[in-house]
Design a protein around this ligand. Structure first.
Ligand code: HEC
Ligand code: HEC
Length: 265
């Protein structure tokens, strides 16, 4: 295994030599933009560097490993305002206070990693949804708005969906609605506590350390608890999001909701 990793490292280093002139030329303009942008070889070599250096934590498919809290890297470009330059910095400097290490790779290799992550990154809806966005808006306000914000309005138990059509595929959204517990976002881990006086409080974990836990309740009230005072602390595997099956929302309803999410209504 070690040998394999060394070999991969070596291969990528040799390949890097081919890119150096290109990188040298562009870096004189500053490094806001990936100098290897659009070069499919960069993403390919970046992929082998990734498998040798990053996959133990982030998974061979870059989708993250939950048990060590290493995030899904196919999602990083979907956040509003995220840039390739930020990802470059994170790879180079690591994340202090976490196990994400700094990497003293040559710049070209880091850009190749960025190219690779860009290539496996998800991007939004592929076409115009043929539905009724007005009806979708109504269904959304009836079923979703208590937990989700859209264009400045709605609850905050679930993620803001204003930009969702730009960052998730139609299928990913349908799966989230039909089976919310299949993939639960890192910031939305469900928990249930039994506090002093037999009071049960269920919600999502906002922050946690060895001694305390902050929970945003399903009633959207934020509460903090000292763990030593809790009678029970259960990490749940069912999302706090309601599951919407066919009888709750049929195919047409879903299409209309998708077309609302895609619209500027
Ligand atoms: C030892 C485990 C480990 C290794 C090796 C590792 N990472 Fe990470 N990485 C993490 C963890 C854990 C986090 C989340 C840290 C946090 O947010 O607290 C992270 C965060 C990141 C982020 C930021 C994600 C975000 O949501 O903004 C990027 C980008 C990243 N890693 C890329 C890489 C790349 C590329 C490599 C290989 C060169 C790598 N990591 C190697 C554990 C690791
Ligand atoms: C009771 C609160 C609640 C309701 C009601 C609710 N959601 Fe959610 N939703 C959540 C939470 C919490 C998450 C994040 C955890 C998860 O993924 O299960 C989530 C996640 C999602 C995601 C995934 C977002 C992402 O970043 O991938 C989508 C899409 C979504 N909801 C759409 C909807 C739609 C559409 C409706 C109405 C038909 C709805 N939700 C109703 C709480 C809710």
């Amino acid at each position: 295994m070690k040998d394999l990793i060394n070999t991969l490292g070596l291969c990528s280093r040799i390949l890097v030599l081919f890119f150096l002139p290109l990188v040298g030329f562009h870096s004189s303009f500053g490094q806001e933009l990936n100098p290897l942008e659009g070069d499919p070889r960069a993403a390919r070599v970046g992929g082998s560097i990734f498998r040798a250096q990053c996959a133990t934590c982030h998974g061979a498919d870059a989708m993250g490993i939950d048990s060590i809290d290493a995030p899904d890297l196919t999602q990083i470009f979907t956040r509003p305002g995220s840039s390739e330059q930020d990802v470059f910095q994170t790879i180079r400097e690591g994340i202090p206070g976490s196990i994400m290490p700094p990497h003293a790779f040559p710049e070209a290799e880091i850009w190749m990693l960025v190219s690779y992550l860009r290539s496996v990154g998800v991007s939004g809806f592929t076409g115009q949804i043929q539905g009724d966005p007005d009806r979708g808006m109504f269904l959304f306000s009836e079923n979703c708005e208590t937990c989700h914000r859209m264009n400045g309005q709605g609850g905050s138990l679930g993620p803001n969906l204003s930009m969702i059509a730009a960052v998730r595929s139609e299928d990913a959204i349908i799966n989230s609605i039909r089976d919310p517990s299949a993939i639960i976002g890192r910031q939305y881990k469900p928990v249930s506590v039994l506090a002093e006086g037999n009071v049960r409080f269920r919600g999502i974990i906002k922050s946690e350390d060895a001694f305390s836990i902050q929970v945003l309740g399903t009633n959207q009230v934020l509460r903090g608890f000292r763990k030593s005072t809790l009678q029970e602390l259960v990490y749940e595997d069912q999302s706090v999001m309601t599951t919407f099956n066919e009888s709750a929302l049929n195919g047409r309803d879903l299409t209309d909701i998708l077309s609302y999410l895609q619209s500027n209504l």
